[in-house]
Design a binder for this molecule. Structure first.
Ligand code: IMP
Ligand code: MG
Length: 174
């Protein structure tokens, strides 16, 4: 779906946009593990601003290709976000459950602002509405892997983003 040059081109554009939007401020980036790991590493090295980086670990899929709707925070202690400009970085916006829950939780920590940045956003009707402020690519409602995204914890290390073969998806639901 997206090869390495295509990913790099969009990373450059998005990093320039974020750097411009936050030019006189100090960002606090919250990376959502594990899916955003590679995206975050590549994006942040293109943003020449002072920033802090923290990670939050959540589980919502339980190894299946469908969302359970329940979002479990594996990391309980949040960094001090009072008065900070927070940018949440996540791999993909699908049903919206994960990012809606994360956004609510971070908003409760009284930051100055909260924005959401995702590598991918699926064009679909979401269970929960989430506004992503920065989207690297909009995609159709298909299950994709690679560049950090997994299917049952595999394929995260692919350097490109591809659609998972239907046979593999079907095997998992048997
Ligand atoms: P949501 O809560 O349904 O928006 O799902 C968010 C999480 O589900 C993401 O952070 C991913 O870990 C996972 N996910 C959703 N769609 C895909 C996909 O197409 N490929 C791989 N993981 C996905
Ligand atoms: Mg996942």
């Amino acid at each position: 779906m997206f090869d390495e040059p295509a990913i790099r081109r969009r990373l450059d554009e998005m990093a320039a946009q974020i750097s411009n939007d936050y030019r006189d401020r100090e960002l606090t980036v919250i990376a959502i593990l594990t899916g955003s790991l590679i995206f975050v590493a590549d994006l942040l090295r293109r943003i020449p601003l002072p920033l802090k980086l923290d990670c939050l670990s959540v589980v919502s899929y339980h190894g299946k290709a469908q969302t359970s709707g329940e979002v479990i925070f594996k990391q309980v202690a949040l960094p001090d976000l009072v008065g900070r400009d927070v940018l949440i970085l996540d791999d993909i916006l699908d049903s919206g459950h994960t990012l809606a829950a994360i956004r609510e939780k971070l908003q409760a920590a009284k930051p100055c602002s909260v924005r959401v940045c995702v590598l991918l956003s699926k064009k679909k009707q979401r269970a929960r509405h989430v506004d992503a402020d920065y989207v690297e690519f909009e995609i159709e409602d298909e299950f994709v892997v690679g560049y950090g995204l997994d299917f049952m914890e595999r394929y995260r290390n692919l350097p490109y983003i591809g659609v998972l073969r239907k046979e593999l998806l079907e095997q998992s639901s048997r």
